[in-house]
Design a protein around this ligand. Structure first.
Ligand code: ADP
Ligand code: MG
Length: 274
């Protein structure tokens, strides 16, 4: 793999889009895998009750597993739920279980309900430091397709938002709602949050529509959209059924190469802050 720069401090990115099926999870696991494969220390936090990121990274997440649910609701330390990704060194995962489905409602009545993920990550980072372990370089939070309290926790914990956009009709529909929610978070809960990165996914080069959508998104967000574009690829969609990312499943496929390129851009551009 290619050498990538280590960030000067831990970068925390939340991967969000309130639409389902736009490539949030696929983007989370593959960017994380590409950065870890390049030698960086990466944590993936799965906060989608579906647990798709946990599956793709080969980490157990059946109902009996201690998970991010216990961290958010029962104050279990993050360190206690982390599991290594079996195929990729330097990549650890906080799995999601089905219990998380109830967490949106359980969070409502808890103290500091919006800050729970942030605090858990902070405490864990300090514990690593105190134990003389290497610092985390990247944390990626894979969000559910909604703008509820789980996603709010992710926005409060993060410095950056990464928005995957599917290159299809209506791609921009709903984006304004996401952006206004992020503005609300910036105003009231996390003044440091920036939409740093937009990634065009499921690009089908044979259609004019994909090219039009890509051009439109680039025009609206010239500074955020990565140069790398993720093609629609069977290898990408197959990998999770082998509990793998495309980075390990088929390293020379166009899907793997494009995610590696996107990861390199994220690393080389550095943290985007206000
Ligand atoms: P989200 O997390 O936003 O719901 P996913 O990442 O789970 O979206 O992607 C939705 C579906 O599309 C999944 O079945 C996934 O395997 C597939 N998929 C994602 N990206 C690609 C791609 N570039 N090419 C082909 N299939 C893809
Ligand atoms: Mg998902």
């Amino acid at each position: 793999g290619r050498e990538l720069p280590k960030p000067s401090e831990t970068r925390i990115l939340t991967v969000s889009n309130q639409k389902g099926g736009v490539g949030k999870t696929t983007t989370t696991v593959n960017i994380a895998a590409a950065l870890a494969a390049a030698g960086l220390n990466v944590l993936v936090v799965d906060i989608d009750p579906q647990g798709n990121a946990s599956t793709a990274l080969g980490v157990e997440h059946h109902a009996d597993v201690d998970s991010i649910y216990d961290v958010l609701i029962n104050d279990l330390p993050l360190a206690d739920v982390l599991a290594p990704c079996p195929d990729i060194k330097n990549l650890i995962v906080a799995p999601a279980t089905i219990h998380l489905a109830g967490a949106e409602i359980e969070l409502v009545s808890l103290v500091a309900r919006e800050q729970r993920l942030r605090r858990a990550i902070d405490v864990y980072a300090k514990e690593r430091e105190a134990a003389g372990q290497e610092r985390l370089d990247y944390v990626f939070v894979d969000c559910p397709p909604s703008l509820g309290l789980l996603t709010v926790n992710a926005f409060v914990a993060a410095q950056e938002v990464l928005i995957p956009i599917q290159c299809e009709y209506y791609a921009l529909e709903g984006l304004s709602q996401l952006l206004s929610n992020i503005e609300m978070i910036q105003k009231h809960l996390n003044g440091d949050l920036v939409v740093s990165t937009i990634l065009l996914t499921m690009y089908d080069g044979r259609t004019n529509l994909a090219a039009q959508v890509a051009a439109e998104v680039r025009q609206h967000f010239p500074d955020q959209v990565l140069g790398a574009v993720i093609p629609r690829s069977v290898r990408i969609s197959e990998a999770p059924s082998y509990q793998q990312t495309v980075i390990t499943y088929d390293a020379s496929s166009s899907g793997a190469l494009s995610y590696q390129e996107a990861a390199a851009e994220i690393a080389e551009r550095g943290r985007q802050s206000k």
